[in-house]
Ligand binder design. Structure first.
Ligand SMILES: [Zn+2]
Length: 251
């Protein structure tokens, strides 16, 4: 009997590497799972952001008028958590992918700025960034924030993130939609809950003929079944493995 040799090329990881090798334009859409290993709590973890009573009290823009000092204190704490966090190997791998393939667009739901800190370029931050603040009345963006009043009109500062009930930034969303239309490979990383309108991005890519890779700890209903390759695991483990399989890393 001939011994059966395992076909390495059929493993999901190798299939994903093949897709990345052959892609010309890649879009990577990331969510909270990407930053989990950096100590940023996700919305759905047991210790997640939304289990916290304060988070529910201060997640609408109106909460700033209701309780300015509570609001500012809550978001300043979130900011200091993010400022003390470091990019993890998943962030670094995505920044490296963009260096190897300059046409790669990084789209994220995360407001922690860690992709940019890892070296990612022109990151499309769909939900804004907690690292930027602005005046809630006149839109002035020059601080000092967060505990100071606006130097122009004296009103309060708020983080430049999309809160509950607010629209996504139109320009950022449009750039992400164009990137999804033009890509030939769309990868969803660590995003369990994609809500409208961001949920349309993978669908747009698929409708334009792109292949889809999903990489997540848990199953992604609807998306996994449309994916060419499903990778199940932690992004900080799997993304560096994907990158290691691409040519051009040495030297
Ligand atoms: Zn102002």
């Amino acid at each position: 009997m001939t011994p059966v040799t395992p076909d390495i090329s059929s493993s999901p990881l190798h299939a994903a590497i093949e897709l990345l090798r052959n892609a010309r334009r890649i879009v990577v859409f990331s969510g909270a799972g990407l930053s989990r290993a950096s100590g940023i709590p996700t919305y759905r973890d047991a210790d997640g952001l939304w289990k916290n009573r304060n988070a529910l009290q201060f997640s609408h823009a109106e909460d700033l008028q209701r309780d300015p000092s509570g609001f500012t204190k809550f978001w300043a704490q979130r900011l200091s958590l993010i400022e003390s966090a470091q990019p993890n190997p998943g962030h670094t791998a995505l920044a490296l992918l963009q260096r190897l393939r300059p046409a790669t667009r990084l789209v994220t739901q995360n407001v922690d700025g860690l992709l940019t800190q890892a070296g990612g370029l022109d990151v499309l931050e769909l939900h804004g960034s907690l690292r930027r603040w602005r005046c809630d009345r006149c839109g002035n963006r020059s601080g000092p924030w967060p505990f100071h009043r606006c130097l122009r009109c004296g009103s309060h500062a708020r983080p430049d993130v999309v809160m509950f009930g607010e629209m996504l930034n139109e320009g950022v969303l449009l750039d992400a939609q164009v990137a999804a239309q033009e890509c030939d490979l769309f990868m969803v990383v660590g995003s369990t809950t994609i809500v409208y309108p961001a949920a349309e991005l993978p669908q747009t890519a698929l409708a334009h003929g792109a292949r889809l890779i999903t990489l997540n700890l848990e199953p992604l209903p609807h998306l996994d079944e449309a994916a060419t390759v499903v990778l199940r695991g932690a992004s900080e483990d799997l993304l560096p493995q994907l990158l290691a399989g691409l040519p051009g890393l040495r030297g």
